[in-house]
Design a protein around this ligand. Structure first.
Ligand SMILES: Nc1nc2c(c(=O)[nH]1)N[C@H]1C(S)=C(S)[C@@H](COP(=O)(O)OP(=O)(O)OC[C@H]3O[C@@H](n4cnc5c(=O)[nH]c(N)nc54)[C@H](O)[C@@H]3O)O[C@H]1N2
Ligand SMILES: Nc1nc2c(c(=O)[nH]1)N[C@H]1C(S)=C(S)[C@@H](COP(=O)(O)OP(=O)(O)OC[C@H]3O[C@@H](n4cnc5c(=O)[nH]c(N)nc54)[C@H](O)[C@@H]3O)O[C@H]1N2
Ligand SMILES: [Mo]
Length: 828
């Protein structure tokens, strides 16, 4: 989230599109209700299904899964055509006036620079025209045909209301009603908040869905202000923390990049990191990259990371591909290129697409380690045989090690929530049985490997042997110790570079990332967390809920990265002179000598409004990007592409149907179905009553939602002769699920390009372990194709068929895997 949960109450319009907050975020959703009641906010919901969120909406519109870019591009067209943009904001705080290079082009669905063989772009034309000093050229009058504003107008011109309705199946009157309401927030004192989750991310054009909305928000002047923002409602309680500390395979902590194998030296690596400002006087904050990186290396390798060895740069792994994401890992397993796999708190048999492929991959491993408090489908993958899985358990040679762990309630630690708050939690109970903490297990693995390397040597012992491991008990580090390490501390006395005055004493915990140094005198495991655990104490354990100005900012509750800032880009809440756009809800303002307000300002108190420093301090141009330069892999502007499996042609450019840069392996392409065999659109989602694949192990949840089902509309049910509760066979090119049909009024056929299109909804929660009835799992059906930027699988739009069928033979709930052998227990 750029903003916070509490801040939602400040919105005038709440747009829930690409998610179902009332069901997936029921606690946070109270702030939407608060906005409706206290702030007279209007709630708009755009979802293929009429959800519980939709049930309290002022306007609900249906949409065909995978077509949000067309819808939102249409919104941009509407805003520009009706002059409903916040002009002063757009001029001062976006790149609308910057001039793009000659040579940039878009034709027949492709941007300039496409390489069909590699399925990727040479992005060199997707950039600004520079002047002699290396600054982007500007035309404030918006006359230049290649200024971003004019290119944008041209690009979105095709998305007329007729075209939007033709692609999305959304009735035109509903769509225009929504455009009109969204447009009201172009007023400086009005804000719209965008709440989204997987309905936008889980597509082959997922990241561009979100970008399109970010562009809408920039045009409306809704970023950085109270009640505005782009608010990703995140999933697991600590999934924000997962990305923050660099657990994605191509990242290092704090959103730094893992080195690539071409970056053979530290200097070469740094060449692409220090973004020189693209406009005069801009902050371009990543210029501090070296400080963050060197401090990270000092946290990793301590005294062994020295200037002479380039801070042990050589000890970091180098990527030979874009990243070892999960789709790639399973592709490699299937190709026999991966021997072992450690699943820590991960159940890919349930969670990843094309379950047949997941199972085949796991079957080829030599060993599989599962660290989990529960007995998962992944740990038992070898049991899941039957009609869809020809291999028998005795034919699978994979050795499975199950290491039972504690769960969050059985240990101390922090969770980072969607609002970027690090919140400490306290252990509530001892773990049962032989369960051990993840820290104990990882420490055990590390200590054993270190001993083996020290004793026997090995191909590359340096990184392992030099890893910092200064914990009081090396066999079980305390969460507090790890948190302090993430925050970072001074390794020597540090002086203020400007005045020479002493700033930090050796050993002192850092108060802020501004104190980080690139000379080896500071260390920090994750620079954005600097300030979370200082010598004053554990800031994440703070529980003061007071909110002095009722602004929706409780500055002393937990700690938010960066710098305890609650609203990102909050400089944009004030006009270029430093006065709040919305005097009723100011965030920060210039009082003549400094920045004051309810939140921690974006940058230092001495930066005057007249200095002209833009609010988007991470960007080299200092402004928000309507044209995304070289950032995205499929284009600097968003474009509508069909899902990889879709019943519709791409009416904008039939030759380029789907995202030309999306991640798809050849073997997966062969597994794509066509609409003549699979005529309906499938989508998958969660239910309030279950949390993923855990709660089927809990009796109460298993009683609330006992068994697998799919939802279909009444029209389709009638066409196919399927009664309420009938057994159906739901199939895709990759597999089939036999479950009950739930016939509902909440899913209606959509008229897409003149044809009725039916959506089949598949909740995701059932499998073959736990106490709920056994199910196949929705990912038996889903395709293995990933977004071009994030590799997030396309779980939300694919092709299905559905037929009435007789009950499957093994529905006795006391049996084990539906397709598998008898197993004791597991009855409801
Ligand atoms: N009770 C419960 N809560 C949870 C979870 C859980 O398992 N159970 N899981 C947590 C996790 S990990 C996550 S990531 C979040 C996910 O939170 P959400 O993303 O809100 O959850 P989903 O149920 O996947 O809902 C996605 C919604 O998007 C809609 N949708 C599908 N395709 C499209 C599309 O193309 N366009 C639009 N506009 N909408 C579309 C679906 O109909 C559905 O209503 O939930 C978290 N909260
Ligand atoms: N078709 C389809 N597929 C989806 C989705 C969808 O919408 N549609 N959503 C996707 C999303 S957003 C997500 S997040 C994934 C979720 O996929 P997973 O994260 O794989 O699923 P979970 O069941 O949430 O969690 C995995 C395991 O973590 C264990 N665990 C809990 N606490 C701890 C702990 O402290 N330590 C350890 N070691 N283990 C622990 C749980 O017992 C559980 O078995 O599913 C994805 N798959
Ligand atoms: Mo998630």
């Amino acid at each position: 989230m750029t903003n916070t949960w509490q801040d939602i109450k400040n919105a005038n319009v709440v747009l829930v599109m690409g998610g179902n907050a009332a069901e997936a975020h029921p606690c946070g959703f109270k702030w939407v209700i608060e906005a409706k009641i206290e702030n007279k906010a209007k709630l708009v919901v755009v979802d293929p299904r009429f959800t519980r969120t939709a049930s309290v909406a002022d306007i609900y519109a249906p949409i065909r899964p995978g077509t949000d870019i067309a819808f939102l591009s249409g919104v941009i067209r509407y805003l520009l055509e009706n002059d409903a943009i916040q002009h002063d904001y757009v001029r001062a705080y976006t790149n609308a006036s910057l001039i793009v290079k000659d040579g940039f082009a878009f034709e027949d669905g492709l941007f300039s620079g496409y390489n069909e063989e590699k399925r990727s772009y040479d992005k060199s034309t997707w950039d600004y025209e520079l002047d002699e000093q290396g600054y982007a050229k500007v035309d404030d009058t918006w006359q230049h045909p290649r200024c971003v504003m004019n290119l944008l107008k041209k690009h979105i011109d095709r998305y007329t209301p007729e075209m939007v309705s033709r692609i999305c199946g959304t009735p035109q009157d509903k769509y225009l009603e929504i455009c009109k309401l969204i447009a009201t927030t172009a007023e400086p004192a009005k804000a719209l908040t965008s709440l989204f989750a997987l309905g936008w991310t889980q597509h082959s054009i997922g990241a561009q869905n979100i970008r399109t909305m970010a562009m809408v928000q920039l045009l409306l002047g809704n970023i950085g202000v109270a009640g505005g923002g782009m608010n990703a409602l995140r999933g697991h309680s600590n999934i924000q923390g997962l990305t923050d500390i660099g657990l994605l395979s191509a990242s290092l902590p704090g959103y730094m990049n893992m080195p690539k194998d071409g970056e053979v030296t530290f200097d070469k690596y740094m060449e692409t990191k220090l973004f020189k400002p693209l406009r005069p006087g801009q902050t371009s904050f990543w210029q501090n990259y070296r400080k963050f990186f060197v401090s990270f290396q000092k946290a990793m390798f301590g005294a062994a990371a020295k200037a002479e060895n380039d801070w042990a740069y050589d000890w970091l792994p180098k990527l030979d591909v874009d990243g070892y994401d999960i789709l790639r890992a399973f592709e490699m397993m299937n190709n026999g290129q991966m021997n072992g796999y450690i699943c820590q708190g991960f159940n890919p048999m349930q969670a990843f697409p094309d379950r047949g492929k997941i199972r085949r991959g796991l079957s080829k491993l030599k060993y599989l380690v599962v660290m989990d408090p529960l007995d998962t489908e992944t740990a038992n993958f070898w049991q899941d045989y039957g009609p869809q899985n020809p291999s028998k358990p005795e034919d699978i040679q994979t050795e499975v090690f199950q290491l039972p762990t504690t769960c969050f309630a059985e240990e101390n630690g922090t969770l980072v929530n969607s609002a970027r708050w690090l919140q400490w939690h306290w252990k509530a109970a001892d773990a049962p049985g032989q369960a051990k903490t993840d820290l104990w297990i990882i420490a055990g693995l590390y200590n054993r490997m270190k001993t083996m390397y020290a004793r026997e040597g090995g191909a590359f012992p340096d990184a392992l042997l030099n890893l910092t491991w200064n914990y009081a008990d090396p066999h079980e580090p305390e969460p507090e110790e790890v948190s302090k390490e993430m925050n970072g501390r001074a390794l020597a006395d540090v002086a203020d570079p400007a005045t020479g005055a002493p700033l930090l004493k050796a050993g002192q915990q850092l108060d802020a990332f501004a104190q980080l140094r690139d000379d080896g005198t500071t260390m920090s495991g994750c620079w954005i967390f600097a300030g979370s655990f200082t010598d004053k104490g554990n800031m994440t354990a703070r529980r003061d809920a007071s909110d002095p100005r009722e602004a929706g900012i409780a500055p002393n509750w937990a700690w938010a990265w960066p710098a305890n800032r609650r609203i990102l880009y909050n400089r944009a809440s004030a006009n270029p002179e430093g006065k709040a756009w919305n005097p009723g809800k100011p965030v920060i303002e210039w009082n003549g000598s400094k920045w004051v307000g309810v939140d921690v300002p974006d940058y230092g108190p001495t930066v005057k409004p007249s200095d002209g420093v833009g609010p988007f301090i991470m960007n080299a141009e200092g402004v928000g990007r309507l044209f995304a330069r070289t950032m995205m892999n499929e284009g600097p502007f968003p474009e509508h592409y069909e899902p990889f499996e879709s019943p519709s042609e791409n009416v904008l450019h039939p030759k380029v149907k789907s995202n030309p840069a999306a991640r798809v392996f050849a073997s997966d392409r062969a597994q794509m179905g066509v609409s003549s065999d699979f005529p309906y659109v499938g989508t998958t989602y969660r239910l309030t009553e279950h949390f993923h694949y855990w709660t089927k192990h809990a009796l109460i949840n298993a009683i609330l939602q006992p068994e697998e089902f799919v939802e279909i509309g009444e029209v389709l049910a009638k066409e196919k002769g399927i009664e309420q509760g009938a057994w159906v066979k739901v199939s895709s090119k990759r597999g089939q699920v036999i479950c009950k049909a739930f016939v509902t009024k909440r899913i209606k056929p959509l008229m897409v390009d003149g044809k009725p299109t039916h959506v089949i909804g598949c909740p995701i929660h059932w499998g073959f372990t736990g106490v709920a009835r056994k199910g196949y799992g929705a990912n038996t059906l889903t395709p293995s194709v990933g977004d071009a930027n994030t590799n997030t699988p396309e779980f939300k739009a694919f092709l299905l068929n559905i037929e009435k069928t007789s009950p499957p033979p093994a529905i006795d709930v006391a049996q084990g895997p539906r397709n598998g052998p008898q197993k004791k227990g597991g009855s409801l």
